[in-house]
Design a protein. Structure first.
Length: 559
């Protein structure tokens, strides 16, 4: 993963100052610390890019660490998917794969240290009572009646919590800070809760688990992280992380916050994405309509395009919303350079060339990628019976329709000029076949007399084409802001009922036979497509990655 980040954003300016003053001894050591309670999405890709790219820029180190502090929501499936996604994006943590659960014993000992210093206490208030005592943004909280327990009693109770004497939710360990603090995060936050639940890595060794806010900063300290780069929602947590570090007297990283990624037509909440999965609104975490890394990969996105997109949106302190057209532009631009061109007919209409020999098959030379001559050419079979797109023919066309109509001549890509002479319909009046003639002198798509039809159509030979299923994906949500739902409804009201159209009878040229899942192509005149894992040896399934129409490029040209 080669970053093109320049040392100009505010994060790098902070690091440059640290390098100049000698703070951290000239080291730069970052990390990406996901919670394994869901799949990574495009917003996480930005965080990975910033953390890994920054370490790479300064010749530093990068860790992947799972903040696995809640066994009731964490699964090995999520851990495995995150490892795969981070590696697929190009980030290299070398041998530095860590888990907060690696530090459970140390975190417990530090909690005991705070109890001994009179800085933490065991509280018997219920979760509801704790919320009530906490106060509001405008009103201070009030002390728990258990706040002034003796150090001896707190040590005893905390040990008994660890030994499993008490039921879930009956007691917690809280930091003793300031219930009147204007920062609600400092109002005696919970450090440990009782959970008799098996952990994916530690099994049943523990029945008390550290809260994220207690484990996070100390894990950074243990690993020697220099710059804890995170999103803006953790800005108000920074004083708490600093308080814990100061009270323990341990190594202190520097936390730096940046604005998270927000995209139009997209949700970034793992909780809400999980709901879509559980309620069947999508086929799974890797549904190509999902903003997850696995969904984007299945749809045909490349890691290079995602990194380019993250590079272009930059790093900011101010929250904003990025037009999803910018992401689509990045993948379109990338695939334009690398994707093999092929011809595919998504909604086939049969064409019989009546003056073409019945038993003849020719091989036409087709360019694999006009952007890259090194990709060469291929042979495309041509025969008497072809398929073209249904939309490329109209029996009674409007004025500006230049494609095939009765009596009109069009060019077949890489092949011949043809003219429609007759239309065949079924009993219901539906057009099922076209009868045409061809001009043998126009082989290759050019006429000796210089005439130039106004339309060039793609096609496939009926006897050689492969059957395929094509899935046309659109935005999962119909509204630019999915959260902007009608009164009394939630984000699901904005789900796009037309986000997926399945075309079961597509035909595609034989060049793609045996293509592996993940293979990417440009279907000429149609867009970019990717082979889906649902494909079998006998039937390919393609997902549309993105269309050819570039909305973002038009916006840029207008500007």
């Amino acid at each position: 993963m080669t970053s093109t980040i320049e040392s100009t954003n505010f994060i790098h300016q902070i690091i440059d100052e640290h390098m100049a003053t000698g703070r951290f001894g000239g080291r730069v050591h970052t990390r990406f610390p996901p919670e394994p309670n869901g799949y990574l999405h495009i917003g996480h890709a930005k965080s990975i890019w910033i953390n890994y790219g920054t370490a790479e820029l300064y010749g530093g180190k990068f860790n992947l660490r799972f903040d696995d502090t809640n066994p009731t929501k964490e699964e090995q499936e999520y851990i495995d998917s995150i490892i795969y996604d981070v590696k697929w994006l190009g980030a290299d943590w070398e041998d530095r794969l860590f888990f907060a659960s690696d530090y459970f014993q140390q975190l417990y000992e530090w909690a005991v240290q705070l109890i001994e210093a009179g800085k933490a206490y065991v509280d018997d208030l219920s979760p509801e009572e704790i919320r009530e005592y906490r106060g509001t943004l405008t009103e201070p909280g009030k002390n728990s009646p258990y706040r002034d327990r003796s150090i001896e009693e707190n040590l005893d109770l905390f040990q008994r919590m660890k030994d499993g004497e008490f039921p879930d939710g009956s007691r917690v360990l809280r930091a003793k800070i300031d219930m009147a603090s204007p920062n609600v995060n400092l109002r005696d936050p919970i450090m440990y809760r009782i959970l008799h639940a098996e952990h994916p890595r530690t099994g049943d060794a523990w029945c008390i688990y550290p809260m994220y806010d207690w484990a996070h900063g100390q894990s950074d300290s243990i690993e020697g992280i220099t710059h804890s780069i995170c999103t803006l929602e953790f800005e108000n947590n920074r004083p708490l992380y600093d308080w814990f570090i100061e009270q323990l007297g341990i190594y202190a990283p520097q936390q730096i916050e940046f604005a998270r990624l927000n995209l139009t037509y997209t949700l970034m909440s793992k909780r809400k994405l999980l709901r879509l999965v559980r309620e069947g609104a999508v086929s799974g975490w890797d549904d190509p309509r999902m903003p997850t890394i696995s969904g984007l990969r299945r749809r045909g996105y490349t890691p290079e395009a995602i990194r380019t997109f993250c590079d272009r949106i930059g790093v900011s302190k101010a929250n904003s919303v990025v037009d999803i057209a910018m992401l689509e532009h990045a993948i379109r631009e990338d695939l334009n350079q690398r994707a093999q061109r092929v011809m595919a007919v998504l909604k086939p209409l049969k064409v019989v060339i009546e003056n073409y020999p019945e038993d003849q098959v020719e091989e036409m030379d087709a360019v694999n990628n006009p952007e890259d001559a090194s990709m060469g050419t291929r042979k495309v079979p041509f025969s008497r019976v072809l398929y073209i797109e249904q939309d490329d023919f109209m029996e009674d066309p409007p004025k500006k329709f230049f494609r095939l109509t009765p009596g009109r001549e069009v060019r077949l890509r890489y092949a011949y000029f043809i003219t429609c002479t007759d239309v065949v319909k079924d009993a219901d009046g539906n057009i099922v076949e076209l009868r045409c003639t061809y001009d043998p002198a126009t082989r290759g798509g050019d006429a000796p007399d210089g005439r130039k039809p106004k339309a060039t159509l793609h096609w496939v030979s009926a006897s050689h084409a492969l059957d395929a299923e094509v899935r046309l994906y659109d935005h999962l949500f119909a509204a630019p802001d999915p959260e902007d739902a009608p009164e009394g409804q939630d984000f699901t009201a904005n789900l796009n009922p037309n986000s997926l159209e399945v075309l079961p009878s597509a035909r595609i040229e034989p060049f793609v036979e045996g293509a592996a899942p993940g293979s990417r192509y440009q279907f000429e005149r149609q867009g970019y497509f990717c082979v889906d894992p649902d494909s079998t040896a006998n039937r390919l399934v393609f997902n549309r990655t993105v269309g050819l129409r570039d909305t973002w490029a038009k916006i840029q040209r207008k500007q």
